[in-house]
Ligand binder design. Structure first.
Ligand code: F6R
Length: 606
């Protein structure tokens, strides 16, 4: 789970590579490195820790030159974060960067050691460069040495290779993402679009089994036998600014504040005529939905799993189709019942999460239909699916997911309404009209940021929090707790409010504040009783309540009011104060909000 960037062209490329790595730091950030080819000499620069350490190394050296280069930002899997384990890895004539995992690296390592190769790192990746060197020395040319190496690799890989012997960059991939960017100034290769969006908007999305041979004047895509392959060039109309921080201190804060826009974008072109029509452009599934669909399985990880839980509530209550929701990491190993009457809905911001992708592949083998919900265009999960509904959140850079979550819920809401429409010809226009008001209501909550900041100041020193909600608001409690723990490192756990008295209530005292969602929807009175049980045990309570609720202040320490909406739409609003609270607490504590410790944005390994 790393980020890679490569360039070959007319310009000196150290800045291009460093700029690309900066945009990819969300993929991994425990060490970084670049290698530049200049007049037959390859120079490598590597540093442990954040990218700024690598930048310091490079800026302290004069004459960093090269118009061919490769670069890497690492999230350690094999071998601790350290300079010696940082990429690029080299042999006598070649240098590589790798994203993925080489599963048979032990076997390859023994083979290389028997052949007298000196291994310099603890990584699996280093074996790739030594194998290329080994085959090259067996009289194969650059391309054929790479091909021979690929045949020996088991696992997942996106690899860039350069050689001091030729002005050429070779890229190849299987089960790890990689794209090519084309411009008159040169050819770019990267793990993800934001890395090179400042240089081009013309992209080729590589498929598994693609090998790309790039020189300064030519580019060829072949399979792993060197037979030419056809490809499409896609022009993307995303502004580079969308991938940058703008006026905000952190990407996470920017992304929280974008949610009014991103939810509106996700509805745009789908909710038509003010809520009188709904068009999801998935009519290829209509006959299946109407005649064959018996069960839906939603599978996802982390925050995306929480939106899956919301999906269960929405689809079951609106469309009356049974829904199971499973963590992808559990689902893929539990021998689930799948068949051709099952619709599997993977939800993933990145579209690259290894467990979710594996669950999809498993479901496909059982002939189930796949309808994915994803934020990254043409990423691996959409490419495995029968149909895709994209969330239009735009690039999400902060590791903690925020705008992806609300746009995932937006798509699921529309999907639940669509299922009902196809099955019964009835469209719930009232819900669609309510949905169209969500962006404005999200904005209203964002305007209360300063007040939420004061609450964060008041509560940031507590070391444990409880989050409670019922029904549709239980997944929001889970999401609130996840946000707090992952960026502020404060322990937080979530329960359905009604489950309190079956154990968690024992935790309550004046040192454990509770965040409770007590908005007007179903079970208001019951949640209010749960709240009183906490107060009776001297627990501090922050409540999220609906505007106009006059009694709530008497029952809790602090209240955050949210606008009134339909019961089914409450989660869209209730999650926003929780995201802001977590953000401010983490910022006050001074944690690395956008890149919290031990986490990475795109979990492309098991
Ligand atoms: C939490 C978070 C993670 C992701 C999870 C799934 O803030 O970001 O829990 O939600 O790793 O990632 P995707 O949605 O890319 O499959």
């Amino acid at each position: 789970m790393c980020g890679i960037v490569g360039y070959i062209g007319n310009n000196d490329c150290s800045d291009i590579l460093l700029d690309g790595l900066t945009k990819l730091e969300y993929r991994g950030y425990d060490s970084a490195g670049i290698a530049l080819l200049n007049k037959g000499i390859i120079t490598r620069y590597r540093a442990n820790g954040k990218l700024r350490n690598l930048k310091k190394v490079i800026y302290s050296v004069k004459n960093v030159e090269g118009s061919i280069g490769i670069a890497h930002t690492r999230w350690a899997t094999h071998g601790i974060p350290s300079e010696k384990n940082a990429h690029p890895h080299n042999s006598e004539n070649f240098v590589i960067v790798h994203n993925g995992i080489i599963e048979n690296y032990r076997e390859l390592k023994s083979f290389m050691i028997e052949n007298g190769t000196k291994i310099s790192s603890d990584t699996d990746s280093e074996m790739i460069v030594h194998l290329i060197e080994y085959y090259y020395k067996k009289n194969l040319n650059f391309e054929n040495a790479v091909i021979k190496t690929i045949k020996k690799l088991e696992g997942a890989y996106a690899v860039l290779v350069i050689s001091k012997l030729e002005e050429k960059l070779i890229a190849f991939k299987k089960d790890s993402p990689m794209i090519i960017g084309l411009s008159d100034e040169g050819t770019y290769v990267a793990s993800d679009v934001p890395a090179i969006l400042s240089y081009t908007n013309k992209f080729i999305y590589l498929n598994d089994g693609d090998l790309v041979i790039i020189t300064k004047s030519d580019m060829k895509i072949t399979d792993f036998e060197l037979s030419p392959k056809e490809y499409n060039i896609k022009t993307l109309n995303i502004s580079p600014l969308m991938a940058e921080k703008g006026e905000y201190k952190h990407f996470m804060l920017k992304e929280i504040n974008e949610q009014s826009r991103s939810v509106a974008d996700t509805f745009r072109g789908r909710i038509l005529k003010g809520g009188d029509e709904l068009d999801l452009d998935i009519s290829n599934l209509d006959s299946f939905i109407k005649n064959d669909l018996q069960k839906i399985v939603i599978t996802a990880c982390g925050t995306s799993w929480h939106s899956g839980l919301i999906g269960k509530y929405l689809i079951e209550s609106i469309a009356r189709i049974p829904v199971e929701v499973d963590y992808a990491s559990e689902y893929r190993y539990r021998n689930p019942i799948l068949d051709k009457n099952t619709l599997v809905i993977p939800i993933s911001q990145s579209g690259e999460t290894a467990d979710t992708l594996a669950a999809v592949k498993m479901a496909k083998k059982e002939d189930s239909k796949i309808l994915s919900i994803c934020n990254v265009f043409n990423s691996s999960i959409p490419r495995e699916s029968d149909a895709v509904l994209y969330t239009y959140a735009g690039p999400e850079i902060g590791v903690a997911s925020t705008k992806a979550f609300t746009t995932q819920m937006s798509v699921i809401l529309l999907l639940a309404l669509y299922f009902k429409k196809v099955k019964t010809s009835v469209l719930d226009k009232k819900i669609l009209e309510g949905a169209l008001l969500l962006p404005e209501n999200i904005n209203k909550i964002l305007k209360t940021s300063e007040y939420i900041f004061t609450l964060s100041q008041k509560y940031h020193l507590y070391s444990d929090f409880l989050y409670l909600g019922r029904g549709l608001n239980f997944p929001i409690a889970l999401e609130g707790a996840l946000k707090l723990k992952e960026i502020s490192y404060i322990h937080a756990e979530a329960y359905p409010a009604g489950e309190m008295k079956h154990g968690p209530i024992a935790l309550i005292d004046e040192n454990m504040p509770t965040f409770i969602i007590v908005t007007d929807g179903n079970n208001y009175d019951k949640v209010l009783s749960n709240l009183q049980e906490i107060k009776a045990r001297k627990g501090k309570v922050i409540a999220i309540a609906t505007e106009g609720n006059k009694e709530i202040k008497d029952f809790c320490d602090d209240v955050i009011f949210v606008p009134k909406t339909l019961n089914l739409l409450e989660p869209f609003l209730n999650v926003i104060p929780m995201q802001l609270f977590s953000y401010f607490v983490a910022d006050i504590k001074g944690t690395d909000v956008d890149q919290p410790r031990n986490l990475a944005k795109s979990v492309t390994v098991e």
